[in-house]
Design a protein. Structure first.
Ligand SMILES: C[S@@+](CC[C@H](N)C(=O)[O-])C[C@H]1O[C@@H](n2cnc3c(N)ncnc32)[C@H](O)[C@@H]1O
Length: 245
């Protein structure tokens, strides 16, 4: 189901003629690659997907066809092989999983990989947004870690996850996956808790230009509260960022 979500989010910030049609596109953090495949089917010239998950790329490779390729390599390895190759780089709900220390280097890789004038579209969930804790599948509360001790919340979700696995659901998370603060060996889903303000200042130092940042998850209530209390992260929601080289 998750693979069907968010494919067309980029249309909210820039016309398809600028980011998709006849473009060479890189999808960073493509996992099993269903969205990546759609970029090609909907008009891209060539699409490459990369992900650090061996398991994700092994599945994605089954969908390879002319114009669509997948690699289990890092953005820095790709940047050495394909400098200034891409018109567009997209990344959907990946940047909240990249450690705060690694974010500047990944943005530097994006700078290297893009052609001059190329675009980068990044959508990611900020931790204090409604679904930012990534626990919505397991716990019916938008902000569980604000209310309860994080350790207990994770224990509860791990119990739920193992129940879901027993009945054959939640294939997105491998059976051995555990919510915790520690790095998981194959699915890189730890959360960096980077806020929108943090991210904008990291972008500023990357050499890429931040063209626009559009909130995509605000409810009417959040929008109103954000007008009244613009500094409170809870009401800002998550953002779609448009960067340009
Ligand atoms: C929530 S999933 C999103 C998958 C896909 N973009 C989608 O929308 O279905 C996050 C993915 O990011 C990958 N990931 C995390 N850090 C990464 C990095 N530095 N480079 C590439 N992929 C990364 C994870 O392995 C995982 O597959």
């Amino acid at each position: 189901m998750y693979d069907g979500v968010g494919y067309d989010i980029y249309d909210r910030i820039v016309a398809r003629d600028r980011w998709l049609n006849n473009k060479t596109i890189l999808d960073i953090g493509c996992f099993v690659g269903k969205k990546t495949e759609r970029y090609l089917d909907e008009g891209a010239k060539e699409v490459i997907g990369i992900d650090l998950s061996k398991r994700g790329i092994a599945t994605a490779k089954q969908f390879e066809k002319p114009g669509l390729r997948f690699f289990n390599i890092s953005s820095s390895e790709l940047a050495r092989k394909y400098p200034a190759y891409f018109d567009t780089i997209v990344s959907f709900t990946v940047f909240e999983h990249i450690s705060r220390e690694s974010l500047p280097a990944v943005l530097e890789d994006i700078h290297t990989l893009l052609k001059k004038g190329g675009l980068c579209l990044i959508a990611f969930n900020h931790y204090l947004d409604r679904f930012g804790s990534h626990l919505a599948n397991f716990i019916y509360h938008a902000h569980p870690t604000l209310l309860f001790n994080e350790k207990h919340v994770f224990e509860y979700c791990n119990r739920k996850l193992s129940q879901y696995h027993q009945i054959g659901q939640m294939g997105y998370y491998p059976p051995e996956y555990k919510f915790s603060k520690e790095q998981n060996s194959d699915v890189y889903l730890e959360l960096n808790k980077v806020t929108s303000e943090d991210f904008k200042s990291i972008v500023q130092r990357s050499g890429l230009k931040l063209v626009r940042a559009v909130p995509y998850s605000q409810t009417t209530f959040m929008r109103l509260m954000n007008l009244l209390l613009p500094r409170i992260e809870l009401f800002k929601g998550s953002y779609l960022y448009l960067l340009e080289k």
